[in-house]
Design a protein around this ligand. Structure first.
Ligand code: NAD
Ligand code: ZN
Length: 369
């Protein structure tokens, strides 16, 4: 079938809207008619040709929502008409990671999606004779996409696509970190570094988990208002405050119980560790730093018991937890709409990246017509 999609051809170049050929679903695969997709930093990183999952030319996008249009042989868990969120964090339930009970990172698709391919190491996308790669097994900057059955979460059919698509990445990464991974206790304290799509969701997760003191840190003070609306109690501008660590300690009784690093800057991860409680402080490394960056922190800082933990997709299990987070949105427990600052058609997707790079958008959502 022919589909309209935004294609990344060359590193550091705008996406190009093209009509591509998309093969139908093979055994164990699902065809999704996409209705909306968020635009995330990870897509911007892949546009440089170097970020995780980059394999140009490819159709980027990993924060989508839509309706199942068709299923390949053997697919039993979804059927045409089901409303779904495609998952870059699949959940096969049978690989050694899934059965270990120790991680939410499924390896059932043999990591082929990180190389821009389906599990059988081929692509379903072509421009003329030129193969076009998938991205993260999702490729949501398109009218339609083919994904493995284990990378589909079936959601409440009442949920609006142009809001809940953000649960495919930002919302789950931030809220999940707070409710599935952090050990936040009622009355406790949290410090969130970086108030973008991820950090703002970590704020609402920390609030739901019962944190009383929620400190937000950013170099962009435009983020203060929305962060307070979601539950932040103290704001620190990291540009004007000379001693960020000291400022956090002074409002958290000596150090935050939980620190969330949501900037992707390794130096900030060092600050987060030092700003955490000396004895039980727990620092969650969520931001994705450049592969050569190391954490600038003295080893002795850990001696009394501080912990650092990396996490993927908020520690959430894709098929199990994403539908629950959609229900949290539907019942009003979490907010998504204030985070979606712009909506636009696929043709204007490069504007969404411009707004993101200028720090003007928290999330832009592409709405398919
Ligand atoms: P974003 O750009 O929207 O937000 C980052 C925020 O950090 C911005 O508001 C920026 O002003 C602020 N910031 C930058 N430098 C700072 C500094 N020195 N001190 C304080 N604040 C600073 O990005 P996002 O979409 O929220 O993503 C955040 C990070 O999370 C990225 O690195 C992204 O790649 C990563 N991420 C990780 C996962 C995961 O599963 N671990 C999933 C999605 C995204
Ligand atoms: Zn698995």
């Amino acid at each position: 079938m022919q589909i309209k999609a935004a294609v990344a051809f060359e590193p550091n170049s705008p996406l190009v809207i093209e009509t591509l050929e998309l093969d139908g679903p093979k055994a164990g695969e699902v065809l999704i008619d996409l209705k909306a997709t968020g635009v995330c930093h990870t897509d911007g990183l892949a546009m440089t040709g170097t970020g995780p999952g980059a394999a140009l030319p490819q159709v980027l996008g990993h924060e989508g929502a839509g309706v199942v249009a068709d299923v390949g042989p053997g697919v039993t868990s979804v059927k045409p008409g089901d409303h779904v969120i495609p998952l870059y964090a699949p959940e096969c339930g049978t690989c050694s990671n899934c059965v270990s009970g120790r991680t939410n990172v499924c390896i059932g698709n043999t990591m082929a999606p990180m190389k821009g391919l389906m599990k059988d190491r081929t692509t379903r996308l072509r421009l003329g004779n030129q193969p076009i790669h998938h991205f993260f097994g999702t490729s949501t900057f398109a009218e339609m996409t083919v994904v493995p059955e284990n990378a589909v979460a079936k959601i409440n059919p009442e949920a609006p696509f142009d809001s809940v698509c953000a649960i495919g990445c930002a919302v789950t990464t931030g809220v999940g970190a707070a409710i599935y991974v952090a050990d936040i206790r009622p009355g406790g304290s949290a410090a969130i570094f970086g108030l973008g799509g991820i950090g703002l969701n970590a704020i609402q997760g920390a609030r739901i988990a019962g944190a009383e003191t929620i400190v937000g840190i950013d170099i962009n003070s435009d983020r203060e208002g929305i962060a307070r609306q979601l539950g932040m109690t103290h704001f620190i501008n990291a540009k004007s405050e000379q001693d960020v660590v000291g400022a956090i300690k002074s409002v958290t009784n000596g150090g935050a119980d939980t620190c969330f690093e949501c900037t992707g800057v390794a130096a900030v991860l060092g600050q987060a560790i030092r700003a955490s409680n000396m004895f039980w402080g727990h620092t969650l490394a969520i931001g994705v730093a450049s592969p050569t960056d190391v954490i600038p922190v003295a080893a002795v800082e850990l001696v009394m018991g501080r912990k650092i933990e990396g996490l993927y997709f908020g520690g959430a299990k894709g098929r199990t937890d994403v539908p629950k987070i959609v229900d949290m949105y539907m019942s009003g427990d979490i907010q998504i709409d204030p985070l979606i600052t712009h909506r636009m058609p696929l043709e204007e997707i490069n504007t969404a990246f411009d707004l993101m790079h200028r720090g003007e958008a928290i999330r832009s959502v592409i709405v398919m017509d």
